[in-house]
Design a protein around this ligand. Structure first.
Ligand code: BTN
Length: 319
C-alpha cells in the first residue's frame, strides 16, 4: 500500500489532500499518515501543509526497486528487482537466484558491496551510494563459448546509457572496461553456470563509478561526476542501463551478433592499435585487428599469425 501512496503522490504535481488519498485508496486517514511517515523515513521529502495536503518534493538517492521500475517500460530486464543496502557481492545473490530458477531479467542492486569482485580475482571497490553495483540474470540459448557476445553486448549497452544520460562518449577497452579519457569508469563481470554444451544461466555484473569524488578514486580510474563536474542521477542511469541492455539483448537474440559487433567496433578503444594481452599463461603482442562473430578478439602478430583471444588482461595498449 505504501507503494500506492507513493504513486498517488507522484501522479500529482502539486498538493493532494489526505482525504483524497484515503478515499481513492480506500484506507483510513491514519493509514495515510503512517505510509507518509514510512516514505519520509526512507528518504522521500514530503511537504505537509494544513488544508492543502501532501506534496512530494524529492525522492531519495537510492536505487529502490519502486524508483527503478517507475516508467521503466521494459519487458524482461528489471521486471523483478532485488535491492540491498549492503551485500558481499551482488554476484553471489544473483547466482543464488539463478540456481533457484528466477526468470531472466531479474536484477540485483546494492548500495554498497563489502566484497565486490572484478575480473581475474580483483577487487571492485564499491563505496556506499556512490556507484551503481548491479547483477542480472540471463538465460540465453547459447553455447558457453558464445558468452563473450553477452559481455560485449553489456559493454555497448553501458556506453549507450552513459551517452544518453551524461552526453559522454565512453569507449570500450577489450574485453569489458568502460573508459573515459583513458581512465576506467565501469567494469563488467560475466559468470556462467553451464554444462559443456549448454548455458544454464549467465550472471552479468556491472560496476560503475557514478558520483565518487576524486578522493575515492584509484589511480587510472574515474567517475562520471569527476568527468562532468556534476552529480549524475544514479536512478536515471540505472534505468537507462536496464533499457539499453534489454534493447541490445533482444537484438542479439533476434538478429544475431552482427549489429552488436558493429556497435562494439565503433566504440572500441583497442581496434587498430598495438596491444599486449596476457592470456592462457602467455603474452600475445600484435595489432588488435577485429572481433569475430563469436566475440573473440583477433590479434595479428608481427609474423602475420592471427591469434584468437577469448579473454585476457590487456598489459599495454598503444595510445
Ligand atoms: C572488472 O572490471 O573487473 C569487473 C567489475 C565488475 C564489478 C561489478 S559491481 C556489481 C557486481 N558485483 C560484483 O561483485 N562485481 C560486479
Amino acid at each position: 500500500m505504501v507503494k500506492k501512496v507513493l504513486l498517488f503522490l507522484k501522479s500529482y504535481n502539486g498538493f493532494v489532500s489526505g482525504e483524497d488519498i484515503s478515499k481513492s485508496l480506500s484506507i483510513s486517514r491514519s493509514a495515510v499518515w503512517k505510509h507518509i511517515a514510512n516514505l519520509r523515513n526512507t528518504g522521500y521529502v514530503i511537504e505537509a501543509v494544513p488544508h492543502l495536503g501532501y506534496r512530494l518534493l524529492s525522492i531519495p538517492d537510492k536505487l529502490l526497486p519502486e524508483e527503478i521500475s517507475y516508467h521503466l517500460k521494459t519487458k524482461i530486464i528489471g521486471k523483478k528487482i532485488f535491492y540491498y543496502k549492503t551485500v558481499n557481492s551482488t554476484m553471489d545473490i544473483s547466482f543464488d537466484l539463478g540456481v533457484k530458477g528466477y526468470p531472466e531479467g531479474t536484477v540485483v542492486f546494492a548500495e554498497q558491496q563489502t566484497k565486490g569482485r572484478g575480473r581475474l580475482g580483483r577487487e571492485w571497490f564499491s563505496p556506499k551510494a556512490k556507484g551503481i553495483y548491479l547483477s542480472f540474470l540471463l538465460r540465453p540459448q547459447f553455447l558457453p563459448q558464445e558468452s563473450p557476445k553477452l559481455t560485449l553486448m553489456a559493454a555497448v549497452s553501458i556506453n549507450e546509457a552513459i551517452k544518453k544520460i551524461t552526453g559522454i562518449s565512453s569507449l570500450i577497452k577489450w574485453p569489458n572496461d568502460i573508459i573515459i579519457n583513458s581512465k576506467k569508469v565501469a567494469g563488467i563481470l560475466t559468470e556462467l553456470d553451464a554444462e559443456t554444451d549448454r548455458i544454464k544461466f549467465v550472471n552479468i555484473g556491472i560496476g560503475i563509478n557514478v558520483n565518487s569524488p576524486k578522493s575515492l578514486l584509484f589511480k587510472g580510474s574515474t567517475s562520471l561526476r569527476a568527468e562532468i563536474n556534476k552529480e549524475v542521477s544514479r536512478i536515471e542511469l540505472a534505468k537507462e542501463i536496464l533499457r539499453s541492455i534489454e534493447e541490445n539483448y533482444f537484438i542479439l537474440k533476434k538478429d544475431g551478433f552482427a549489429l552488436i559487433r558493429k556497435k562494439w567496433k565503433a566504440q572500441s578503444l583497442v581496434l587498430g592499435k598495438r596491444i599486449n594481452v596476457y592470456y592462457n599463461n602467455r603474452f600475445i603482442e600484435g595489432e588488435a585487428k577485429d572481433i569475430d562473430m563469436e566475440g573473440v578478439l583477433l590479434i595479428r602478430q608481427d609474423n602475420g599469425f592471427i591469434n584468437k583471444v577469448l579473454s585476457g588482461d590487456v598489459i599495454s595498449l598503444e595510445k
